[in-house]
Design a protein around this ligand. Structure first.
Ligand SMILES: CC(C)(COP(=O)(O)OP(=O)(O)OC[C@H]1O[C@@H](n2cnc3c(N)ncnc32)[C@H](O)[C@@H]1OP(=O)(O)O)[C@@H](O)C(=O)NCCC(=O)NCCSC(=O)C[C@H](O)C(=O)O
Ligand SMILES: [Mg+2]
Length: 301
């Protein structure tokens, strides 16, 4: 089993659906995915307008070519059902469910999509941002293994998690880290992708880069973002480095050497290399190739 999904999700930008300028800008940006937000970025007085704005924008001519996700208000709020129907109607790639408590929330959204005859490739993403979601991570993520369910990504909601638990959001995220690891582990067990939470201090790009590096080391596929200035750093950090590509190429070449045919383990530059490392190298090179294609403009995603 490989740990990273084929879909690139290095940089996933939240765009408040209430913000006309940000909506327009979103179509011009180099992020891998956009989350149009109807939830916490939109004040209660703006909710109805934001929904209409988003509908007009995504039905208009400037729809971005990257992966498109709509975050709705929770289905048990006064806005939830209308948001859900509006999101379904604008044909996103996924609907992001906020403040999920357990698998029931995802299954209910799944059933509601089935009732509208939604295509199977319309996926659900789930925010992990409440204590109950953390306690129910296993059963939530396991839905990723259910061919009838649409869950394809977990998103850490670190601001709400801090609010709900009292966990301090320090720059080094030392108190948050144990829960972030659990989110990654659950997503991998469920075979779905997983995104780190946002960095609120969007002007400090050095701190942001460190946070991306840490998230990559923790196993996240990418980072959720709040500002366009964060995109380039996330794209760079979550892409395989030139050194990692060179190492992967060396591993592939070593196993292709007729001398090593059929061998399970070889020695390469003083290190043990097994076939599992070959698989990892192949996945890394595939990802590097996908990024190259995307950045050469030959594909949008
Ligand atoms: C954080 C901001 C409010 C800052 O806004 P502002 O001060 O206006 O930024 P700039 O002047 O530097 O903006 C420069 C240009 O970039 C556009 N812009 C800014 N942000 C975005 C964006 N997110 N998407 C698209 N475009 C954006 C501006 O319009 C300017 O454009 P132009 O003038 O044409 O050059 C703002 O960045 C912002 O609102 N960010 C998103 C906030 C958000 O979505 N929050 C909710 C998600 S975070 C969360 O809830 C996670 C989770 O649930 C949890 O619990 O942790
Ligand atoms: Mg939140």
């Amino acid at each position: 089993m490989q740990h990273q999904s084929a879909q690139l999700r290095r940089s996933v930008l939240y765009v408040p659906a209430s913000n006309e300028k940000a909506l327009a800008k979103s179509a011009t940006l180099a992020c891998d995915a956009v989350i149009y937000d109807l939830e916490d970025a939109v004040g209660p007085e703006e909710k109805l307008d934001a929904r209409e704005r988003l509908r007009d924008f995504l039905n208009g001519g400037d729809r971005p070519h990257c992966e498109i996700v709509v975050r709705i208000n929770a289905l048990d709020t006064i806005w939830g059902t209308e948001d859900f129907l509006a999101a379904r109607a604008v044909k996103p790639d996924a609907i992001l469910l906020p403040k999920v408590s357990g698998p029931r929330d995802v299954l209910d959204a799944d059933a509601a999509l089935d009732e509208t005859d939604a295509p199977r490739n319309l996926k659900l993403w789930a925010m992990i941002e409440t204590p109950r979601a953390v306690l129910n991570l296993g059963p939530i993520a396991q839905l990723g293994r259910d061919p009838a369910a649409r869950l394809s990504c977990l998103v850490a909601g670190t601001n709400d998690l801090a609010k709900e638990t009292g966990i301090a959001l320090t720059e080094d995220r030392r108190y948050l880290a144990p829960f972030l690891f659990q989110i990654v582990m659950a997503a991998r067990a469920g075979g779905i992708s997983v995104l780190d939470g946002v960095s609120n201090d969007f002007r400090d790009l050095d701190a942001f880069e460190s946070s991306c590096t840490e998230a990559r080391s923790m196993g996240f596929d990418g980072k959720t973002l709040i500002h366009p200035a964060q995109i380039a750093k996330a794209n760079a950090v979550f892409a395989p480095s030139p050194e990692a590509i060179a190492e992967a190429e060396a591993i592939v070449a070593a196993f292709a050497d007729p001398e090593n045919t059929g061998r399970g383990v070889i020695s390469l530059n003083g290190r043990m290399v097994e076939r599992l490392h070959l698989e990892m190298a192949q996945t890394l090179l595939e990802r590097a190739g996908t990024i190259r294609l995307k950045e050469s403009g030959e594909t949008d995603r």
